[in-house]
Design a protein. Structure first.
Ligand SMILES: CC(C)(COP(=O)(O)OP(=O)(O)OC[C@H]1O[C@@H](n2cnc3c(N)ncnc32)[C@H](O)[C@@H]1OP(=O)(O)O)[C@@H](O)C(=O)NCCC(=O)NCCS
Length: 207
């Protein structure tokens, strides 16, 4: 395989990318994990690509679409950081290093734009994706829950500035534990509020 990674252009249509997402995320649907990627339409995808760099991996030998990944440079009160999302690899060529190649390119883009760290999330039960994040140097950072999905999300962070690996590991561990406690007390896996949270909101007169 001769993989080339480039920014999406007219050679790849939104329809082709949508098909790739549906094929790549079929394994997640089979696991009962409803990623939003499984339900993308070409219009959704084009809308979601706003403010993102959309990378595409193609096999130069066959011309086939091999994978895709998005990166967004965010400037907010936390500074400049990168949000990595929407990685999908064609099912027949998973675990061949294409995801990691796309990742290297996303990190180059994030660094070139002055990002101090990158954030990425995935489903708690998506074992291959969790393993992939760990292999690619991400640390488990937080737990979250969204109403658009039916699972708890693991949030991963990778620092791009010089740092002590030991301190980073310790910091992420403590951050994750506090975040997981807070998230589970407030939200169910499907993003709805827990009974505990509902009681709290009632007492506060919010609900
Ligand atoms: C998860 C995904 C993006 C990984 O991309 P990839 O190109 O297949 O992975 P790479 O070849 O770059 O990396 C391989 C590493 O990822 C992990 N991994 C990938 N597939 C795995 C599997 N089926 N089981 C266990 N670990 C797996 C391992 O750490 C593996 O390293 P190893 O082979 O030395 O054990 C890809 O499999 C995919 O598209 N999955 C479905 C959609 C998805 O989950 N997207 C990510 C959502 S955030």
């Amino acid at each position: 395989m001769n993989i080339e990674i480039h920014q999406k252009d007219d050679r790849t249509s939104w329809e082709e990318l949508t098909k790739l997402f549906h094929e790549a995320f079929q394994e997640r649907l089979d696991q009962g994990l409803h990623f939003t990627c499984s339900y993308f339409t070409p219009e959704d995808l084009e809308r979601r690509s706003a403010n993102n760099v959309v990378l595409v991996a193609t096999d130069q030998d066959t011309g086939a679409l091999a994978g895709t990944a998005f990166v967004e440079i965010v400037n907010d009160e936390k500074g400049t950081w990168g949000y990595l999302s929407n990685m999908a690899i064609s099912p027949k060529i998973k675990r061949c290093g294409i995801g990691s190649k796309l990742e290297q390119r996303r990190i180059e883009i994030a660094k070139a734009n002055g990002c101090k760290y990158v954030i990425s999330d995935t489903a708690k039960g998506a074992d291959s994706s969790v393993a992939w994040h760990k292999k690619n140097g991400f640390k488990l950072y937080a737990l979250d829950s969204f109403s658009s999905t039916n699972y708890y999300s693991y949030v991963f962070r990778k620092l791009l500035v010089p740092h002590s690996s030991l301190w980073d590991s310790l910091y992420c561990r403590v951050h994750y534990l506090l975040s997981a406690l807070r998230c589970r007390m407030r939200f169910r896996a499907d993003g709805k509020t827990t009974k505990l949270m509902n009681c709290y909101l009632k007492i506060r007169g919010v609900k």
